[in-house]
Design a protein around this ligand. Structure first.
Ligand code: TXA
Ligand code: MG
Length: 350
């Protein structure tokens, strides 16, 4: 057990710079620091120190062939670690700092332990001020996966981090709730400049295409990997967070969802419902275990609370969980990608 220190931190605090400097020292000396980003909390360590990277895998309980994203404080810093190019800088100009991760061929400066033994490295320049200042003060790239135990939803609040990481890390920086709530958009740039989306996030396919032309969408973004198929990203092959109770995604309008749930009989069901539909559903089903999930067309609001909602519902031992199937459009694709995995692809067409 490590004696974990918690720093509650706001930019306006008088000791802001001192706390950042202290956390940066921990990183420089090979320790683990959880820090906020605009997407989800990250579990950080010195990306250039293989021992420190190994500590991340141990703290998360993560398989060591699942590579880490390296976080930098400016897009140009990627030069030290990856073979960049025009497409990288086109993307960086529009989306960095921000919730975009770019995978490129790696230079030898990134230890194999950090990149899970791959030839490539994932680079991200976060916008969150605390994240940015910490990386800058550490003076090196910070390797960081999401700060959850392997198999639980990503942490979007300091409480989630404390639930999962207390005693496993040196410092937890509490910077409040995550702004976006879902992990970054990940793209891979190939040697021939093809851009492939590996994980959808806040930056949408349309936004990417407007900068770098056509974007391929990896099959695993929306579909199950077929038996024996090689994942483009190691993270795609691991079992992702799934709630203890089965999650069923309902594809249809609210009335059809109500009749379907009614027909299923007397299970203890949790129902994740769009805010504007909670009342109709609870009234029709006499079910008070209805959880509001943002308005139907407000994917940004839904993304912000998805992981918190799943953590909360999972603690209550339901027999089954129902949720609406997100759309494939815009930020909907990111919700679809996370929810379809949590549901083990269990979708009912109404
Ligand atoms: O928003 C985010 O990206 C957060 C914050 C902390 O920055 N980080 C995050 O890291 O979500 P993680 O490790 O939980 O997810 C990164 C994913 C994993 O599925 C991993 O397999 C994939 O990115 N990945 C990392 N490096 C890769 C590489 N070189 N090639 C292919 N996939 C890679
Ligand atoms: Mg993760």
């Amino acid at each position: 057990m490590i004696n974990t220190e918690i720093f509650k931190l706001k930019q306006t605090d008088a000791d802001y710079s001192d706390k950042i400097a202290k956390a940066a020292e921990v990183i420089k000396s090979g320790g683990l620091v959880v820090f906020p980003t605009e997407t989800v909390y990250g579990l950080g360590a010195d990306a250039t120190n293989p021992e420190a990277a190994r500590k991340i895998f141990a703290a998360k309980g993560r398989p060591s062939d699942n590579p880490l994203i390296i976080h930098i404080s400016s897009p140009e810093e990627a030069e030290g670690y990856a073979y960049t190019g025009d497409v990288y800088y086109q993307l960086a100009e529009t989306f960095m700092p921000g919730p975009l991760t770019v995978i490129m061929d790696s230079k030898d400066t990134v230890p194999l332990a950090t990149r899970g033994g791959l030839e490539t490295v994932a680079v991200r320049c976060p916008e969150n001020k605390i994240a940015h200042d910490l990386i800058l003060a550490a003076g090196k790239p910070v390797a960081a996966p999401s700060a959850n135990l392997s198999g639980t939803p990503s942490a979007t609040s300091a409480q989630h981090v404390i639930d999962d990481m207390m005693g496993r890390v040196d410092v937890i920086i509490d910077g409040g709730d995550s702004e976006f709530g879902i992990e970054s958009t990940i793209v891979k740039i190939d040697a021939d400049a093809t851009v492939t989306l590996l994980r959808p996030g806040k930056i949408t396919v349309d936004e990417l295409s407007s900068v770098c032309g056509s974007v391929k969408i990896a099959d695993a973004v929306t579909n199950k990997l077929r038996e024996g198929e090689r994942a483009l990203s190691p993270g795609m092959k691991y079992r992702h967070y799934a709630p203890t109770a089965p999650l069923v995604l309902l594809d249809g309008e609210v009335d059809a969802a109500i009749s379907y749930i009614k027909k299923q009989g007397k299970q203890r069901a949790a129902i994740i419902a769009y805010e504007d539909e909670v009342e109709i559903i609870s009234r029709a089903l006499g079910n008070s275990d209805c959880y509001a999930f943002g308005k139907r067309n407000d994917e940004i609001a839904q993304a912000r609370i998805l992981f918190a909602l799943l953590r909360k519902i999972d603690k209550k031992n339901y027999d089954i969980i129902y949720a609406p199937l997100p759309s494939l459009r815009g930020v909907g694709l990111a919700l679809y990608n996370r929810m379809i995995r949590a549901a083990a692809h269990n979708v009912v067409k109404l």
